[in-house]
Design a binder for this molecule. Structure first.
Ligand code: PLP
Length: 387
């Protein structure tokens, strides 16, 4: 039998990376050496001391049981201490911190706790697709906030109509930003919090890339007065410690928002394997030298890519953070066509901007997740690519 899918699945936007995935297989089948600058998944391994902690923790029978839903107290404490040390804001590990099976899980679940059918969620575009998908699953309506280069890829929140704001339950923002690499300043966060306080909606700030910076340290939304009234911030160990496969992150924020998210979680998942949480404690409270070292590697790659793109005459947004470079397609070529032809003719995979939303059209994203040698090889091929 073939079963008909639920309406909510029918409402999902088309998966725009499908064509690139298909072409990648086709080109690889011809024996072409594929270089993927597509996926935001670090090539650098999880630092050794974190892996060692997992090994020991996995042998402890205490960790073989169902974990606590909200996360080990010690993990929540380590998360709160990390945030306090890094951003200077205190959170109560008992009521204002919740562990997440990666920040994706928190982003996907938060609308289920606060959005009723017909409610509006403000979603940036281009963006990580889960803001919109989580909204659809909860029966909400996404209101698109375009991120334009002339505004430094910050949404123009003054342009959002009052009748939209009145029906808004959540606003998603993400800085440092995927895919554009843009960062936000305190003035922007202040305006966002002011608006949220005025209209009584939740601000969900995604800080998955908080530690991947090359210039000023990105700030937490909680550096703004009043943020604890309305905000939650999603944090991830994935990119900072090269732990994407481990599935661990956390959220900090307003007690009632954390509680709502926690309530969904207690009903759909049973938390994170405790041995992984112990490794997470090691990551957050142990030496941060590995973060510094990895940042240095990504910075070198960024400098290399920036130099090569400039030399080849590509126009791009200079990345002060994240491991992405957001580049304009030459001659305003549609991004899917450009990426498809680049892959076909050179074996280099980059991500079409339109996959992140319609305002991503005209751009492509390079991920700095291969080593310098492969990056050099990729660019020697791109150099020969005639568009
Ligand atoms: N947020 C953004 C902007 C991302 O790019 C990603 C992953 O690529 C995530 C959240 C999810 O990260 P994780 O679930 O691994 O913490």
């Amino acid at each position: 039998m073939v079963f008909e899918k639920a309406e909510r699945l029918k409402h999902l936007p088309p998966y725009l990376f499908a064509e690139i995935d298909r072409k990648k297989k086709e080109v690889a089948a011809r024996g072409v050496d594929i270089i993927s600058l597509g996926i935001g998944d670090p090539d650098l391994p999880t630092p050794k001391h974190i892996v060692e902690r997992l090994k020991i923790a996995s042998e402890n029978p205490r960790n073989h049981k169902y974990p606590d839903y909200e996360g080990l107290y010690e993990f929540r404490l380590a998360a709160a201490s990390f945030v306090e040390k890094r951003f200077g804001v205190k959170f109560d590990p008992n009521t204002e911190v919740v562990s997440l099976i990666g920040s994706k899980e928190g982003i996907a679940h938060i609308p289920l706790a606060f959005v009723n059918p017909g409610d509006i969620v403000l979603v940036p575009d281009p963006a990580y697709p889960v803001y919109n998908i989580g909204t659809i699953f909860a029966g909400g309506q996404s209101y698109i906030m375009p991120l334009k280069e002339e505004n430094g890829f910050l949404p123009d929140i003054k342009a959002i109509p009052e009748e939209v704001l009145k029906k808004t339950k959540i606003m998603h923002i993400n800085y440092p930003n995927n895919p554009t690499s843009a960062t936000a300043n305190k003035g922007f966060f202040k305006d966002v919090i002011e608006l949220a306080l005025k209209y009584g909606f939740i601000v969900c700030h995604d800080m998955a890339y908080s530690e991947l910076f090359y210039e000023d340290e990105p700030m937490s939304i909680f550096s703004v007065d009043g943020a604890k009234e309305v905000a939650i911030e999603m944090h991830s160990l994935s990119k900072t410690y090269s732990m994407t496969g481990w599935r661990i992150g956390f959220a900090v924020g307003n007690q009632s928002i954390v509680e709502g998210l926690g309530k969904i979680k207690t009903n759909v998942d049973s938390g994170i394997f405790q041995a992984v949480q112990e490794a997470g404690i090691e990551a957050l409270s142990g030496s941060q030298e590995c973060v510094e070292e990895y940042r240095k590697i990504y910075r070198e790659r960024r400098d290399f890519v920036v130099e090569r793109l400039t030399r080849l005459g590509y126009s791009f947004f200079y990345p002060k953070a994240t491991f992405y470079v957001w580049v304009k397609t030459p001659n305003n070529m549609p991004s899917a066509d450009f990426c498809s032809r680049l892959l076909e003719e050179t074996g280099v995979v980059v991500t079409p901007g339109v996959g992140f939303g319609k305002y991503g059209e005209g751009y492509f994203r390079i991920a700095l997740t291969v080593d310098k040698k492969r990056m050099e090889e990729a660019f020697s091929r791109i150099e020969k690519f005639k568009f």
